[in-house]
Design a protein. Structure first.
Length: 120
């Protein structure tokens, strides 16, 4: 059984065909990383463009520490979280309901009549 080395032209063609898929995968991963950090930096009161630094190695770890230990200027909640309504004052003449009456007691237990002649 002879071993033939692979054809370098075929390997080169296969690798060149894989390059678009590798770049597409990189852009997908970058989007998965950048979009949430864009929102996190915005809510922390920092410029959201700092999320673009999260794709750089080692800089992303440093930025996580900066984000974790910095003072957050929190944006107040918007209209999607309305305040609770004020408690309503009771109307004039309102009488709160009284406790419900106890149910009537069950009738006393009466055993069934016994059969005087068990042989029958």
């Amino acid at each position: 059984m002879q071993h033939t080395p692979p054809d370098p032209a075929q390997i080169h063609a296969t690798m060149m065909a894989m390059i678009p898929f590798i770049f597409f995968g990189m852009f997908i991963v970058w989007a998965i990383i950048i979009v949430p950090f864009w929102q996190i930096f915005k809510k922390a009161g920092m410029t959201p463009a700092l999320s673009l630094l999260m794709i750089l190695p080692l800089v992303n770890v440093i930025m996580l520490y900066v984000l974790g230990f910095s003072r957050w200027n929190v944006i107040p909640a918007g209209p999607e979280y309305p305040p609770y309504p004020p408690p309503y004052p009771p109307q004039p003449g309102y009488v709160p309901p009284t406790a419900y009456a106890a149910p009537p007691p069950p009738p006393p237990y009466v055993p069934p009549p016994s059969d005087p002649d068990p042989k029958a």
